[in-house]
Design a protein around this ligand. Structure first.
Ligand code: NAI
Length: 398
């Protein structure tokens, strides 16, 4: 039975999934290990589970038994994905597990900002009892403008409607409207109608500073801006100016163009100390529930790969869905993506008397991945022949 090594205090929900699938050789580490200890820690492991602090470079990925990596988080840039692919190692992550956590935070912030709670809270702490309804509004009947109607944006859409908000959205792709939400047309059309604007787009060049002096000026006077997507999406100086002038009534930011690298480093931002501005340390997706969901989501993907070769959702690999076993033995073959590779593999199998029951191929970039179900058992000699052929990157038998 495969050995599984989990680093960085991965949630026990992962272990529960592995154990339910029959895996008992599970080693857990409470923290990331220093690079010098990683080779030893990975010895004999077929499955490695990490979070964001463990870096898996080409040398560590060449650990002889390693078959698959699970990133129990969203990001995967701590793994040399290209090297992993070249070695036939799929890498999985958890892109959806914290969607609900972000959605709840955003709606909570919308409620608090519309009521001007951040500044009222600060005033009471300072000994002031300013009891007033001025500038305080319900969310009911207000228009929420969602920029980026993907996993998080669409989840917020349904939750906001349950509060009685009117939901409009803008996305660069055509998206199915959920509930009574409706597309707003252009970004500017959305900005002109919304009482609260919330951003849920990816980072990168195409979304850099989409909220700038010009677009913020399009927002209604007294509107609120929330950003829990990526720090580069909002021009902070333009936001600062709009809050200072009173054009915007409030803002909540969970992400920043430059974020502190450690707990001791303070955030540098002109927004610090501003009333009715909520600043949080990139914790939109950080809840106990999301950690538990991540543990389960990634562990399930790893088990599916180990037991059936399924690579759906892998970030660096040709994606093959779960395929019901059709023969006595399943062979997972990763090869260099070249014309005729599948023919070569099938010839090799035929030469060794293997009768194919079912076969599925997918290619991506430099590699191809084939799941083949064959009749009968496949002995070690045949496996050695398949593994040693020049087209083969990796070959495993289930
Ligand atoms: P997603 O990929 O499901 O959705 C993004 C949507 O934005 C897609 O529908 C896409 O078509 C759309 N889009 C792309 N460019 C656009 C543009 N210029 N204008 C309008 N729409 C555009 O992503 P998901 O999972 O909903 O995440 C959204 C953002 O939230 C990402 O930036 C992600 O990194 C961030 N995030 C932040 C967390 C936090 O802790 N604050 C936690 C999880 C995600």
């Amino acid at each position: 039975m495969a050995k599984i090594v989990l680093f960085e205090n991965i949630h026990p929900s992962a272990r529960a999934v592995f154990e339910a699938a029959g895996y008992t050789d599970i080693v857990t580490h409470a923290a990331a290990l220093p690079p010098s200890q990683m080779h030893d820690a990975l010895r004999g492991a077929q499955v490695a589970g990490i979070r964001s602090r463990t870096h898996l470079d080409a040398a560590l990925l060449s650990s002889p038994d390693l078959r698959v990596v699970g990133c129990f988080c969203i990001g995967t840039n701590q793994v040399d994905l290209d090297s992993a692919m070249q070695r036939g190692i799929p890498v999985f992550n958890a892109p959806f597990s914290n969607t609900r956590s972000v959605a709840e935070l955003v709606l909570g912030e919308a409620i608090l900002l519309l009521r001007r709670i951040p500044e009222k809270n600060a005033r009471v702490h300072l000994g002031h009892w300013d009891k007033s309804a001025a500038g305080a509004f319900e969310t009911r009947g207000k228009t929420l403008g969602i920029v980026g109607y993907g996993n998080i944006g669409s989840q917020i859409s349904t939750l906001a409607e349950s509060l009685g908000m009117r939901v409009i959205y803008h996305d660069v792709e055509a998206k199915l409207p959920l509930g009574n939400a409706r597309p707003a047309g252009t970004l500017n059309e959305l900005l002109e109608q919304a009482d609260v604007v919330t951003l849920h787009v990816p980072g990168g060049k195409s979304t850099e500073n989409i909220m700038n002096a010009e677009t913020i000026a399009r927002m209604q006077r007294g509107a609120i801006l929330i950003n829990a997507s990526r720090g580069t999406v909002v021009d902070i100086d333009a936001l600062h100016a709009a809050l200072k002038s009173g054009h915007l009534a409030g803002a909540a930011l969970d992400v920043f163009p430059t974020e502190p690298k450690s707990a001791d480093e303070p955030l540098a931002s002109p927004l610090i100390g501003m009333p009715n501005v909520i600043l949080t340390p990139h914790i939109g997706g950080s809840t106990q529930e999301s950690q538990e969901n991540i543990g389960r989501e990634v562990a399930e993907k790893l088990v599916r790969f180990m037991q059936a070769g399924t690579t759906k959702g892998a970030v660096n690999f040709p994606e093959l869905p779960y395929l019901e076993p059709a023969g006595a033995t399943r062979i997972l073959h990763v090869h260099r993506n070249a014309p005729g590779a599948l023919g070569t593999l099938d010839n090799l199998m035929a030469q060794h008397g293997l009768n194919i029951v079912s076969q599925t191929l997918q290619t991506k970039g430099q590699i191809g991945y084939v799941i083949t179900d064959v009749e009968g058992q496949v002995d070690d000699i045949v496996m050695t022949t398949l593994r040693s052929h020049p087209i083969t990157v990796r070959c495993d038998r289930l």
